[in-house]
Design a protein around this ligand. Sequence first.
Ligand SMILES: [Zn+2]
Length: 331
Amino acid sequence: MKDFVIFDMEWNMGYQPKIFQYQGIDQTLRGEIIQIGAVKLENGRVADRFSINLKPHIFPKLHHHVAKVTGLTQADLDVGIPIQEGLRRFMEWCGPDAVLGEWGLDDVPVLKQNMVLNGLSEEWPQQWYDIQRIFTSQKPRKEGEGMTLEAVVERLGIPKNEAFHDALSDAEYTAAICGFLNLEQGLQEYPSEEQQLHDLLCPAEKDRRDFTIWRGIVDGEVWTTSQELRQAVCPECGQPLQLDSEDIWLRKGNNCLYSMGQCSSHGPVMIWLRRMRLDGLRYTFARVTEPADQTLQAKWKKEKQAAIERARRKKEHEAAEALERVRNAGR
Ligand SMILES: [Zn+2]
């Protein structure tokens, strides 16, 4: 097995959000890194450690909430290593081909955003894994069991000698959890982004077809306008589906959009779009179609009516508010 780096980071937040441009698209900065901790695993053993405090420049003032959670002080930040230099050192310590692991999926997006903002290559790291996901697949969660790092450490009986939310100790705890896993198998079975999207869109019990994928899309809202994404074809005959006449697409959660199309020969077909962004910078979009039986048609009709009704009420509400403002201004 290749060297495996388990890392954790703490980041500062602003009292005002920071918007930056990435390839012409506005992005909200999730946080500016103020601490990185990491351990290198060789044959399952900790072979090296890395720990660094960074001096932020976008959010130089330590947010009180971050101070409380991490125990870091403004003085710690002020004497930290300038962030660009610190990121470079971390990258060098890991090595260009390093495979990274983290608890959860929050750290890499923050890391990549910070790399971009500091003029470093966002192509690194190329490969990373969520240890929490591997843990869940090998030790399924039971009712009532928490999945935070601390909850899992406690459940496994790992001694809690260090404080949590310190980057190096969190990396060490995560490494200790790896000792309870078949890591090699976990990495081998780990689903790619494409596989994850496929699993979400094509559960075995549903008749979902023509799984199609688009990668590297910076603009997460492109699915509201892109003909390419929306224009699905009939899964039976390949004819372009005629899209809903009112062009209504409904949202399911934050990352799913769906509508009903029509094939002149084969009737109604549901179109599902899903997006996923694992690196904090670029989305992967996927689409499937599903021949719509009576149940699905009835469900769509109902949901569509409800959406139209919601939109109508919102418009009325806005009109009433605008009228109120005009009246108030006239007084
Ligand atoms: Zn057809």
